[in-house]
Design a protein. Structure first.
Length: 485
């Protein structure tokens, strides 16, 4: 758990720290086949051990965003969504410390490994069969994937923590580094992803189908994936509406235009590749329900908060997704003593994924990027372009809703965009509902806007323990001072 010591891997060969994700650094430095093997598991380690692990903050972020709701104690879902919002206990005695401590550790494990591989490549290691010039046929592919892993690891540290250590393969002395503000971490992540995209664009290779499970990707397709994550990081990093308005939206459009043209899906074989977050939320009946806030979007006559034990009845909507994506339950099995505001009578049933039913699982929908582009056009004052995208999006293709008027106001267009985003991205990607609510000042007052560095790490490096959350701390910077009701 000593993150700074773990990060020193990039600078020394003789280490006494444990890297429990991949083979030892000694094997990496001496064996190109081991480097190839380590690289082949980078996306897996990021996706499985961080993004879709139930020991991540994803489940709590879902309930803090009032997207899903639960009165059960798993993974901080109830604790961090209780009302009024309480201050996060950043101490080793806090029973849910693991959700942001484990995630922090796993992101640095992936970052550490990517730095190792880039270091040996810079040292001259060639990977794969050598050509007439002594160049390994797989070297550039391994290098591109390593920069990608470096970028997404730094990126999600920047999205979810107020600060983090920016340690890359070029860091001279990791032990002397100090935490940097999340905005700097995001910038560094985008630099790494740009390197991945540049290498991919300039070289021909095929990413094997077990690296990003279920499909192989050409070098150009891999570059598109990198640009898609750049768009995400830039758009989702603001902590409040003011910062969101100041986002470089022209740059977001450029990233989206270079991004994926078909949905990025991961084949979950349920042997090695599984989505534990989905398994412990929407897959389990009555474990996590759809928040009444979401059902109210579909039917404005339906209560946006449940006030008592009375079932509000069946919602109705002109939007076809009420029937296709959600199902009504006759009872809610949550504990009333934990607050009726947790109650809901609707399940999310769009996806047919269970541990007994392997399937392709969404990571990035093209629709997500298109709606980001529409939002960018709104902020740039180009409403007609935004309306055109919106009317050709899930609004019509899945919702069957009438076209938005060409005379719609900026507020109406933004409302329509976020209506789509609230309905469409329950499980595609990590934390999208939370990021969208955060950057609109809609997280309930007192909700934390990001996690602190975990106390174990703070104790190691001698930084005083700090935290966020609680209505008394609502400043709009680390703790929400807004709210949707």
């Amino acid at each position: 758990m000593f993150i700074l010591a773990l990060l020193a891997v990039s600078c020394t060969k003789d280490l006494e720290v444990e890297n429990n994700t991949d083979p030892s650094i000694e094997n990496i430095y001496g064996d190109p086949e081991a480097v190839y093997g380590v690289t082949s598991s980078m996306f897996f380690n990021w996706y499985m051990r961080a993004q879709t692990h139930s020991w991540s903050p994803a489940m709590a972020m879902m309930t803090m965003a009032d997207q899903g709701t639960s009165s059960w104690m798993n993974s901080g879902m109830f604790d961090l969504s209780s009302e009024p919002r309480a201050e996060l206990d950043n101490s080793q005695s806090y029973q849910y410390q693991y959700i942001f401590e484990h995630y922090y550790k796993e992101l640095y494990n992936v970052l550490n490994t990517s730095n190792d591989v880039l270091t040996v490549i810079e040292g001259g290691m060639e990977i794969g069969d050598l050509d007439a010039n002594g160049k390994g046929e797989d070297t550039k592919m391994v290098e591109a994937m390593s920069y990608f892993a470096q970028g997404v690891s730094l990126g999600y540290l920047g999205l979810n923590y107020d600060q983090a250590y920016i340690i890359t393969n070029t860091t001279a002395d990791p032990a002397s580094e100090t935490p940097k503000d999340y905005s700097e971490v995001i910038d560094a992540a985008i630099v790494s992803l740009q390197k991945a995209a540049d290498i991919a664009t300039a070289n021909n290779f095929i990413i094997p189908d077990d690296w990003i499970n279920g499909k192989d990707y050409s070098n150009n397709e891999f570059a598109q994936i990198a640009y898609s994550y750049m768009a995400r990081l830039l758009a989702y990093s603001p902590r409040n509406a003011s910062q969101n308005n100041s986002t470089n939206w022209s740059q977001v459009i450029q990233y989206v235009d270079k991004g994926i043209s078909s949905d990025l899906e991961i084949y979950l074989d349920n042997v090695n590749w599984k989505n534990w977050v989905y398994h412990y939320t929407y897959e389990r009946k009555n474990w996590v329900m759809v928040d009444a806030r979401i059902i109210n979007l579909l039917d404005n006559n339906y209560p946006e908060r449940i006030a008592n034990s009375t079932d509000p009845g069946v919602a109705t909507s002109a939007d076809a997704r009420l029937a296709s994506d959600f199902s009504k339950e006759s009872v809610c099995n949550f504990k009333p003593e934990r607050g009726y505001y947790h109650f809901s009578y609707y399940l999310y049933t769009r996806l047919d994924y269970t541990f007994s039913n392997p399937t392709d699982f969404p990571e990035i929908y093209v629709n997500e990027l298109e709606l980001l582009k529409a939002e960018a056009y709104v902020h740039l004052g180009q409403l007609s372009q935004a309306i055109t995208i919106l009317n050709n999006s899930s609004r019509s293709s899945r919702g069957g809703l009438p076209a938005l008027s060409s005379s719609a106001t900026q507020e109406e267009v933004l409302d329509a965009i976020f209506y789509e985003r609230d309905l469409e991205f329950f499980v595609a990607g990590f934390g999208i509902g939370f990021y969208d609510m955060r950057r609109r000042d809609m997280l309930q007052k007192g909700s934390l806007l990001h996690f602190p560095i975990p106390s174990k790490e703070l104790n190691v490096v001698g930084i005083p323990i700090y935290t966020f959350g609680g209505e008394a701390n609502a400043d709009g910077i680390g703790t929400s001072n807004g709210g949707w009701f």
